[in-house]
Design a protein around this ligand. Sequence first.
Ligand code: TMP
Length: 252
Amino acid sequence: MTTRRKKIYEGKAKILYEGPEPGTLIQYFKDDATAFNAQKKAILEGKGVINNRISEYVMTRLNSIGVQNHFIRRLNLREQLIKEVEIIPLEVVVRNVAAGSLSTRLGLAEGTALPRSIIEFYLKDDKLGDPMVAEEHITAFNWAATQEIDDMMAMALRVNDYLSGMFGAVGITLVDFKIEFGRVYEGDFSRVILADEISPDSCRLWDTATNEKLDKDRFRRDLGNVIESYTEVARRLGIMKEMPTVIQGGVH
Ligand code: TMP
């Protein structure tokens, strides 16, 4: 691990370091896994390597269809160069099938198809346990402007459409996912772009044929084979060739 660089921020699964030029950062993917607001913790050897690679792949494909995002290029097994953004303190969740907290909140059996895709906002605040918030709260407390909410929702639906097709093509159902956005400034104006990561840590991915979970719920629910499942997602996306040692747990 590189320690020469200045650390800007350390989260639960990633570290941000100062980048090589102004306006850039280095995003480092850790092997740490947490759930239930970090009450449950583990080190999953190789997770950071797989998520770095999957997130690179997803962000690159989204960029190719015009969904602007912070990804610039992957630097090595665990690091990628990204654009520095001002993170909007919201988690944007898109759901296609009932699962997780939606199932609990509304009493819907997991696996129930939703009548249409649903977007939800959660405030990024660990002390409060990331509470769900409405657009009213977001604008009243100035977490984001109305135009930014519209832009985030439009981008979230494009991401959902594209990724549903991308995963669907390899036999994986995109049940739901969480994304984050940030502002980039250009003179007096700012623009919202996709940030953070998109990986099995931040999505629910079910094998379409068997409904087997291939995502972080394997960790949250103690289902076992977490790394094997993440690796299977990478394998189906056709991006396994460059990381053969991960499965043996030999990568640090
Ligand atoms: P939820 O059903 O627990 O609200 O999760 C919805 C989606 O958001 C699911 O794909 C997992 C993802 N998620 C995160 O990425 N980070 C989080 O902290 C939480 C709670 C969920």
